[in-house]
Write a protein that binds this ligand. Structure first.
Ligand SMILES: O=C(O)C(=O)C[C@]1(C(=O)O)C=C[C@@H](O)C=C1
Length: 299
């Protein structure tokens, strides 16, 4: 069973079905509920959104992955995001328009131009907004186009997005187990909590840059202990099975508290960018050399 951030008709459902085409699916009302379905064994994996190219990180996912028992990402997918405005079949006037805050943010200009008088109402997901329109609570919902069929609504307008290339990245997460094999185009994610002192974050990032590791994302979320204490979310190119990534993660672990959040193939199949100053083969050669020195074999 694959849990996903639902209800039926969310972008996350499309992402989940794309990742596991022959899966059985369990919609969950919130991101926390989808993750908890995996934690309590009702689902073997969960699909959740993690970042959007316009609105940035999905905080509920970052918090949900780190505020309870460990879950790791084993796959990802990136969907282009365009929206429909759905109304009831007999709709006339649009005075209220509901959606997930990320969706409202991605059509802000369109709404300002085309429905300037409409009150914008945040809902738990785009599909939850469609359900609420169906129940008569709001006049319009900003959703994925598929939600129209699920909730028998009429498409007032389709294919809208303030930025034509907007996309959202989704993760498939599981309880810890065997990691996906490295493919040469992978992403490794972790959370690091440093002590609050001068240069602590710079030192962590330096461990990565020394090893020629390119970051793909850096986010901070409050640790929720006291003001000024943060958790850092770091995504980097490469797989933890690679010597230089493993070496870097171990170096971070020596300096601060680290939670490993997964290594998996990148959805865009992009190989690691740039020429690392020190490649994986250099790490292997140096480790072998050190061992032979210690055995008294090397000069
Ligand atoms: O509400 C949905 O349909 C979702 O899948 C969530 C979500 C998000 O979290 O950003 C996913 C893609 C879109 O960017 C809008 C909303």
């Amino acid at each position: 069973m694959i849990a996903y951030f639902g209800p039926q008709g969310t972008f996350t459902e499309q992402a989940a079905r794309g990742l596991i085409p022959d899966g059985e699916f369990l919609p969950a009302e919130t991101i926390f509920a989808a993750l908890n379905a995996v934690r309590d064994g009702r689902a073997e994996a969960a699909c959740v959104p993690v970042e959007n190219s316009v609105e940035g990180p999905v905080n509920a996912t970052l918090d949900g992955l780190t505020e309870s028992t460990v879950l790791v990402a084993v796959a990802e997918t990136i969907l282009p995001v365009q929206f429909s405005v759905l109304v009831r079949q007999d709709a006339s006037d649009i005075r209220t328009v509901a959606s997930h805050p990320h969706a409202l943010a991605q059509v802000r200009q369109w709404l300002a131009t085309n429905l300037p008088e409409a009150e914008q109402v945040p809902t738990s997901s785009t599909a939850a907004a469609a359900q609420a329109v169906r129940r008569g609570e709001y006049d319009a919902a900003v959703t994925a186009s598929v939600a129209a069929q699920h909730y028998e609504l009429r498409e007032f307008v389709g294919g809208i997005a303030d930025l034509a290339d907007a996309s959202t990245r989704f993760l498939l997460v599981r309880r810890p187990g065997r990691l996906p094999e490295p493919t040469g185009a992978d992403r490794t994610s972790l959370m690091a909590v440093t002590v609050n002192r001068t240069g602590a974050l710079a030192e962590l990032l330096t461990e990565l840059s020394f090893r020629g590791i390119n970051l793909t994302r850096l986010d901070a979320r409050p640790a929720k202990t006291h003001i000024g204490q943060y958790r850092f979310f770091v995504d980097m190119e490469g797989h933890i099975a690679e010597p230089r990534i493993g070496d870097a993660v171990a170096a971070l672990r020596r300096r601060c508290s680290v939670r490993f959040l997964g290594s998996h193939p990148r959805a865009d199949h992009a190989p690691s960018s740039g020429e690392p100053p020190v490649g994986n083969e250099d790490f292997v050669a140096a480790t072998n050399w050190l061992e032979s020195v210690r055995r008294g074999e090397s000069v």
